[in-house]
Ligand binder design. Structure first.
Ligand code: ASP
Ligand code: MG
Length: 412
């Protein structure tokens, strides 16, 4: 069994879909499950639509644009509009009319999955003209809790459903299904968090005991830095699960962070490779230790530094640190860098206004808080003496940390 994941960029237009089909046709159709995202920037557009519809604004223009975008692709590929596509287009319209009373996160999860549903409806219709394939609604396979917009997978039910309802179909022909979406016990649609299609691929690979999971991307593999930021990037041929997990921890946008755990648990190799240039082998992520790791650079902009100071000249002791960490846990905030001193605890997080507001509300009583943003955070994993020269020179350093392998610097 093989799982392929195609992201939005790979199916952003008709020629992208044709390319996907070319790739699929070069493999054995039996035992192939393809997980597809919404086309191009559709998810952003749907987020805008749900916001408009939920707040009672006029969304007719956005809706018309979204329909036109999909219809143009379908028409170019097929010369008509597949029934299943029209069904989801209608369902999107009905849902938008019906969500003003619905809780915001739940409204989001009722609307946004339509991107994946519409894209796979078009792709299945086109692929079906070339090879036997079947469309599967991922919501009937991936069971989640009701933590709308960031739902957590119920592994027991999902594995059972994958084995009874997905595996027999995949053994016969190519399966086309959606990334990013699932459903709760009541049948409500849920989503797994932005860019969650990688994670869907990993969930299915785990449940079906796949031999391999391939993520087809617009880059030739995993690079040691974002080429838009750093010149002279290098590509990794092989990486261990552990290395990639750490890279995503520091913010490298190579793969959805939740992807690694399920495939590492079953030692399923993950291959990241280019959908544009198939002559390139890409990067293979597997169990073994890589011999020599070249330094990996991760840059994160728009960082917020929060400093909490005790009010009464007592120490910033374990009890007080515990209080602060509990609040961060409650708000689902990840610390990117932290440091403590006798009277203060400073931590750097992604700068999100509503989260800093909540931090203020919850910690103001016990601490003197100060905030600084926007800052930049650079991380070098597996640094070498000369890798420091590649960081921006004109930075004014605010906080720095160095361990035996990793270096992090927060700067203005
Ligand atoms: N379509 C969703 C997003 O854009 C999921 C994904 O692409 O992985 O976030
Ligand atoms: Mg995407």
């Amino acid at each position: 069994m093989q799982i392929f994941k195609f992201g939005g960029a790979s199916v952003k237009d008709a020629s992208g879909v044709k390319n996907l089909v070319d790739i699929v046709l070069s493999y054995d159709p039996k035992g192939l499950v393809i997980v597809v995202s919404a086309m191009g920037k559709t998810t952003n557009k749907l987020e805008e639509l749900v916001r408009q519809a939920h707040s009672g604004e006029d969304y007719m223009v956005s809706l018309a644009e979204l329909k036109e975008y999909h219809r143009a692709i379908a028409n170019e590929l097929l010369g008509d509009l597949p029934e299943r596509y029209l069904h989801f287009e209608q369902s999107l319209e009905n849902t938008l009319m019906d969500i003003s009373q619905c809780e915001a996160m739940m409204a989001y999860d009722r609307v946004v999955p339509h991107g994946e549903l519409m894209s796979t409806a078009i792709i299945e219709a086109y692929l079906g003209r070339k090879v036997k394939c079947e469309w599967v609604d991922a919501r009937t396979i991936i069971r989640t809790d009701q933590y709308f917009t960031e739902a957590n997978v119920d592994w027991v039910v999902t594995e059972k459903q994958a084995i009874t309802d997905l595996k027999p179909v995949a053994e016969k022909c190519v399966v086309v299904t959606q990334g990013f979406i699932g459903s709760d016990v009541e049948g409500n649609s849920t989503t797994l968090g932005r860019e969650g299609s990688d994670y869907t691929g990993a969930i299915l690979a785990y449940c079906l005991n796949a031999d391999e999971f391939t993520v087809w991307k617009d880059v030739p593999g995993i690079l040691n830095a974002d080429p838009r930021i750093l010149e002279g990037t290098e590509q990794y041929e092989r990486l261990s699960y552990r290395e990639v997990t750490e890279m995503t921890y520091y913010g490298a946008q190579v793969i959805h962070p939740k992807t690694l755990k399920p495939i590492a648990q079953k030692s399923i190799p993950l291959i990241v490779r280019s959908f544009q240039d198939r002559s390139k082998g890409g990067t293979t992520i597997a169990s073994e230790n890589t011999t020599k790791m070249i330094p990996c650079f991760v840059f994160k902009g728009n960082q917020l530094l929060v400093t909490a100071q005790v009010k009464d000249h007592s120490f910033m002791d374990e009890k007080k640190l515990g209080m602060i960490l509990q609040v961060l846990d409650l708000l689902n905030i990840k610390i990117n860098l932290m440091q403590n001193s006798a009277l203060t605890f400073s931590f750097c997080i992604d700068n999100k206004e509503f989260k800093s507001k909540r931090i203020k509300e919850l910690l103001n009583r016990d601490f003197i808080l100060s905030f600084e943003s926007p800052l930049n955070l650079a991380t070098i994993k597996n640094y070498t003496p000369d890798s420091f020269n590649r960081l921006p020179w004109n930075r004014s350093v605010i906080m720095e940390q160095k361990t035996s392998h990793n270096y992090q610097v927060l700067y203005r």
